[in-house]
Ligand binder design. Structure first.
Ligand SMILES: [Zn+2]
Length: 257
Protein backbone atom coordinates (compact mmCIF):
# COMPACT_ATOMS: atom_id res chain seq x y z
CA UNK A 1 0.00 0.00 0.00
CA UNK A 2 1.24 3.44 -0.89
CA UNK A 3 0.88 6.19 1.69
CA UNK A 4 -2.16 8.41 1.08
CA UNK A 5 -4.40 5.49 0.09
CA UNK A 6 -8.00 6.71 0.28
CA UNK A 7 -10.43 4.89 2.59
CA UNK A 8 -12.52 3.85 -0.43
CA UNK A 9 -9.73 1.58 -1.76
CA UNK A 10 -11.78 -1.49 -0.76
CA UNK A 11 -14.54 -0.46 -3.16
CA UNK A 12 -14.40 -2.31 -6.49
CA UNK A 13 -15.64 0.76 -8.38
CA UNK A 14 -13.00 3.01 -6.81
CA UNK A 15 -10.02 0.75 -7.45
CA UNK A 16 -6.90 2.46 -6.20
CA UNK A 17 -4.33 3.35 -8.85
CA UNK A 18 -1.09 4.97 -7.76
CA UNK A 19 -0.37 8.25 -9.61
CA UNK A 20 3.21 7.99 -10.87
CA UNK A 21 5.57 10.69 -12.14
CA UNK A 22 6.71 9.39 -15.54
CA UNK A 23 8.95 10.61 -18.38
CA UNK A 24 7.84 9.24 -21.77
CA UNK A 25 11.15 10.09 -23.49
CA UNK A 26 13.41 8.34 -20.90
CA UNK A 27 10.73 5.68 -20.19
CA UNK A 28 11.49 6.24 -16.50
CA UNK A 29 9.09 6.52 -13.57
CA UNK A 30 9.56 7.70 -9.98
CA UNK A 31 7.88 6.85 -6.68
CA UNK A 32 4.08 7.36 -6.60
CA UNK A 33 2.81 10.83 -5.70
CA UNK A 34 0.96 10.78 -2.32
CA UNK A 35 -0.93 13.96 -3.33
CA UNK A 36 -2.18 12.21 -6.51
CA UNK A 37 -1.76 15.20 -8.83
CA UNK A 38 -2.93 13.36 -11.95
CA UNK A 39 -2.02 15.07 -15.24
CA UNK A 40 0.37 17.58 -13.68
CA UNK A 41 3.44 18.30 -15.85
CA UNK A 42 6.99 18.44 -14.57
CA UNK A 43 10.47 18.96 -16.02
CA UNK A 44 12.41 15.74 -16.50
CA UNK A 45 15.81 15.88 -14.74
CA UNK A 46 17.48 14.52 -17.91
CA UNK A 47 16.13 17.14 -20.37
CA UNK A 48 13.51 19.92 -20.20
CA UNK A 49 12.40 18.93 -23.72
CA UNK A 50 11.12 15.56 -22.50
CA UNK A 51 7.41 14.88 -22.06
CA UNK A 52 6.97 14.14 -18.35
CA UNK A 53 3.75 14.10 -16.31
CA UNK A 54 1.91 12.40 -13.45
CA UNK A 55 0.07 9.42 -14.99
CA UNK A 56 -2.32 6.70 -13.88
CA UNK A 57 -0.61 3.30 -14.11
CA UNK A 58 0.56 1.55 -17.27
CA UNK A 59 -2.31 2.78 -19.53
CA UNK A 60 -1.36 6.34 -18.54
CA UNK A 61 2.27 5.63 -19.47
CA UNK A 62 1.18 4.23 -22.84
CA UNK A 63 -0.83 7.35 -23.76
CA UNK A 64 1.91 9.72 -22.58
CA UNK A 65 4.34 7.88 -24.90
CA UNK A 66 1.86 8.44 -27.80
CA UNK A 67 1.72 12.14 -26.86
CA UNK A 68 5.54 12.30 -26.89
CA UNK A 69 5.58 10.76 -30.41
CA UNK A 70 3.03 13.27 -31.73
CA UNK A 71 5.14 16.11 -30.28
CA UNK A 72 8.32 14.63 -31.79
CA UNK A 73 6.52 14.58 -35.16
CA UNK A 74 5.67 18.27 -34.71
CA UNK A 75 9.28 19.14 -33.83
CA UNK A 76 10.33 17.25 -36.97
CA UNK A 77 8.27 19.58 -39.19
CA UNK A 78 9.49 22.60 -37.18
CA UNK A 79 13.07 21.41 -37.74
CA UNK A 80 12.63 21.97 -41.50
CA UNK A 81 12.29 25.70 -40.85
CA UNK A 82 15.21 27.90 -39.84
CA UNK A 83 15.66 31.18 -37.99
CA UNK A 84 12.85 33.70 -38.23
CA UNK A 85 10.73 31.24 -40.24
CA UNK A 86 9.97 29.23 -37.07
CA UNK A 87 7.92 32.21 -35.83
CA UNK A 88 5.51 31.71 -38.73
CA UNK A 89 5.62 27.92 -38.59
CA UNK A 90 1.85 27.31 -38.67
CA UNK A 91 1.24 29.75 -41.55
CA UNK A 92 4.17 28.43 -43.62
CA UNK A 93 3.12 24.81 -43.06
CA UNK A 94 -0.52 25.56 -44.01
CA UNK A 95 0.60 27.36 -47.18
CA UNK A 96 2.94 24.48 -48.08
CA UNK A 97 0.15 21.94 -47.57
CA UNK A 98 -2.23 24.01 -49.74
CA UNK A 99 0.33 24.14 -52.58
CA UNK A 100 1.03 20.38 -52.29
CA UNK A 101 -2.71 19.56 -52.39
CA UNK A 102 -3.18 21.85 -55.43
CA UNK A 103 -0.37 20.02 -57.27
CA UNK A 104 -1.86 16.63 -56.28
CA UNK A 105 -5.29 17.75 -57.54
CA UNK A 106 -3.72 18.79 -60.85
CA UNK A 107 -1.96 15.45 -61.48
CA UNK A 108 -4.98 13.43 -60.29
CA UNK A 109 -6.34 13.44 -63.85
CA UNK A 110 -3.15 12.17 -65.55
CA UNK A 111 -2.18 8.51 -66.18
CA UNK A 112 -2.30 5.81 -63.50
CA UNK A 113 1.18 6.37 -61.90
CA UNK A 114 0.39 10.07 -61.42
CA UNK A 115 -3.03 9.23 -59.96
CA UNK A 116 -1.46 6.85 -57.45
CA UNK A 117 1.12 9.52 -56.53
CA UNK A 118 -1.69 12.09 -56.10
CA UNK A 119 -3.50 9.72 -53.70
CA UNK A 120 -0.30 9.08 -51.72
CA UNK A 121 0.27 12.85 -51.40
CA UNK A 122 -3.36 13.36 -50.33
CA UNK A 123 -3.06 10.63 -47.67
CA UNK A 124 0.21 12.10 -46.35
CA UNK A 125 -1.38 15.56 -46.07
CA UNK A 126 -4.43 14.17 -44.21
CA UNK A 127 -2.19 12.32 -41.70
CA UNK A 128 -0.01 15.42 -41.26
CA UNK A 129 -3.05 17.66 -40.64
CA UNK A 130 -4.57 15.16 -38.19
CA UNK A 131 -1.33 14.86 -36.17
CA UNK A 132 -0.95 18.63 -35.94
CA UNK A 133 -4.62 19.22 -35.11
CA UNK A 134 -4.48 16.63 -32.32
CA UNK A 135 -1.43 18.44 -30.98
CA UNK A 136 -3.08 21.88 -31.24
CA UNK A 137 -6.38 20.82 -29.72
CA UNK A 138 -5.40 18.25 -27.07
CA UNK A 139 -1.69 18.45 -26.25
CA UNK A 140 -0.75 22.12 -26.45
CA UNK A 141 -2.26 23.61 -23.29
CA UNK A 142 -1.04 27.14 -24.02
CA UNK A 143 -2.66 28.33 -27.27
CA UNK A 144 -1.32 31.67 -28.50
CA UNK A 145 -4.83 33.03 -28.99
CA UNK A 146 -8.30 31.50 -29.32
CA UNK A 147 -8.82 33.22 -32.69
CA UNK A 148 -5.60 31.64 -34.00
CA UNK A 149 -6.72 28.16 -32.85
CA UNK A 150 -10.10 28.62 -34.59
CA UNK A 151 -8.36 29.74 -37.80
CA UNK A 152 -5.98 26.75 -37.73
CA UNK A 153 -8.89 24.32 -37.28
CA UNK A 154 -10.93 25.93 -40.10
CA UNK A 155 -7.91 25.82 -42.45
CA UNK A 156 -7.21 22.19 -41.48
CA UNK A 157 -10.88 21.36 -42.15
CA UNK A 158 -10.75 22.92 -45.65
CA UNK A 159 -7.40 21.27 -46.49
CA UNK A 160 -8.74 17.86 -45.41
CA UNK A 161 -11.75 18.36 -47.70
CA UNK A 162 -9.44 19.36 -50.59
CA UNK A 163 -7.22 16.29 -49.95
CA UNK A 164 -10.24 13.99 -50.13
CA UNK A 165 -11.18 15.81 -53.36
CA UNK A 166 -7.84 14.53 -54.75
CA UNK A 167 -8.88 10.94 -53.93
CA UNK A 168 -12.31 11.30 -55.59
CA UNK A 169 -10.75 12.95 -58.62
CA UNK A 170 -8.22 10.15 -59.18
CA UNK A 171 -10.68 7.27 -58.66
CA UNK A 172 -12.10 7.22 -62.20
CA UNK A 173 -15.58 6.07 -63.25
CA UNK A 174 -17.05 5.22 -59.85
CA UNK A 175 -19.70 7.92 -59.35
CA UNK A 176 -23.41 8.12 -60.20
CA UNK A 177 -23.95 5.71 -63.13
CA UNK A 178 -20.28 5.13 -63.91
CA UNK A 179 -19.25 8.77 -64.33
CA UNK A 180 -15.85 10.28 -63.57
CA UNK A 181 -15.73 13.51 -61.55
CA UNK A 182 -13.79 16.55 -62.74
CA UNK A 183 -11.34 18.29 -60.39
CA UNK A 184 -13.77 20.99 -59.22
CA UNK A 185 -16.66 18.52 -58.98
CA UNK A 186 -14.50 16.27 -56.79
CA UNK A 187 -13.68 19.10 -54.40
CA UNK A 188 -17.35 20.16 -54.37
CA UNK A 189 -18.46 16.57 -53.59
CA UNK A 190 -15.81 16.40 -50.84
CA UNK A 191 -17.03 19.62 -49.19
CA UNK A 192 -20.68 18.49 -49.43
CA UNK A 193 -19.62 15.23 -47.74
CA UNK A 194 -17.38 16.60 -44.96
CA UNK A 195 -19.99 19.17 -43.95
CA UNK A 196 -22.54 16.28 -43.84
CA UNK A 197 -24.77 18.15 -46.34
CA UNK A 198 -24.78 15.46 -49.07
CA UNK A 199 -27.16 16.92 -51.69
CA UNK A 200 -27.25 13.61 -53.52
CA UNK A 201 -26.52 15.08 -56.97
CA UNK A 202 -23.23 13.13 -56.87
CA UNK A 203 -23.05 9.74 -55.18
CA UNK A 204 -20.79 6.65 -55.21
CA UNK A 205 -21.87 4.19 -57.93
CA UNK A 206 -23.61 0.95 -56.93
CA UNK A 207 -21.00 -1.65 -56.00
CA UNK A 208 -18.09 0.83 -56.00
CA UNK A 209 -16.41 0.12 -52.66
CA UNK A 210 -13.47 2.60 -52.76
CA UNK A 211 -15.53 5.84 -52.85
CA UNK A 212 -17.85 4.52 -50.15
CA UNK A 213 -14.96 3.70 -47.79
CA UNK A 214 -13.45 7.13 -48.50
CA UNK A 215 -16.76 8.85 -47.69
CA UNK A 216 -16.91 7.00 -44.35
CA UNK A 217 -13.32 8.08 -43.49
CA UNK A 218 -14.01 11.66 -44.54
CA UNK A 219 -17.18 11.87 -42.43
CA UNK A 220 -15.38 10.58 -39.32
CA UNK A 221 -12.43 12.98 -39.76
CA UNK A 222 -14.86 15.83 -40.56
CA UNK A 223 -16.86 15.21 -37.37
CA UNK A 224 -13.60 15.27 -35.38
CA UNK A 225 -12.73 18.69 -36.81
CA UNK A 226 -16.27 20.03 -36.29
CA UNK A 227 -16.19 18.96 -32.63
CA UNK A 228 -12.77 20.59 -32.11
CA UNK A 229 -13.97 23.75 -33.86
CA UNK A 230 -17.16 23.97 -31.80
CA UNK A 231 -15.26 23.24 -28.56
CA UNK A 232 -12.61 25.92 -29.25
CA UNK A 233 -15.31 28.40 -30.25
CA UNK A 234 -17.59 27.57 -27.30
CA UNK A 235 -14.74 27.76 -24.76
CA UNK A 236 -13.85 31.18 -26.11
CA UNK A 237 -17.41 32.53 -26.20
CA UNK A 238 -18.45 31.11 -22.80
CA UNK A 239 -15.50 32.58 -20.87
CA UNK A 240 -17.20 34.21 -17.83
CA UNK A 241 -17.58 37.98 -18.17
CA UNK A 242 -14.98 39.92 -16.21
CA UNK A 243 -16.67 42.59 -14.06
CA UNK A 244 -13.47 44.09 -12.66
CA UNK A 245 -11.84 47.03 -14.43
CA UNK A 246 -8.70 46.07 -16.33
CA UNK A 247 -5.56 46.95 -14.37
CA UNK A 248 -3.20 49.56 -15.72
CA UNK A 249 0.08 48.47 -17.29
CA UNK A 250 1.93 50.43 -14.56
CA UNK A 251 0.13 48.48 -11.83
CA UNK A 252 0.99 45.14 -13.42
CA UNK A 253 4.66 46.09 -13.95
CA UNK A 254 5.49 48.68 -11.23
CA UNK A 255 9.25 48.16 -11.60
CA UNK A 256 9.37 48.88 -15.33
CA UNK A 257 10.25 52.35 -16.68
ZN1 LIG B 1 13.25 12.29 -19.52
Amino acid sequence: MVSGTPASSDSPIHVFHPIIPYCADCNRSWEADPERRLGKRFLCPISPRHVAAFVKGNPGKFWLRIEARILRYEFLTAGLLRGRMTRYKASIMMLARAVIVAVALDISKFAKPERVTACAIGAAVVVDILMNSISVSFISRFPTHALRSVLIVITSFCLTAASFGVFYSSLGHVFNNGEELGRLESVYFSFATITTVGYGDIYPAKGALAPKMLVICELLIGLFFLSVLLATHAAWVSAPPNISEPESYRKIFPDRP
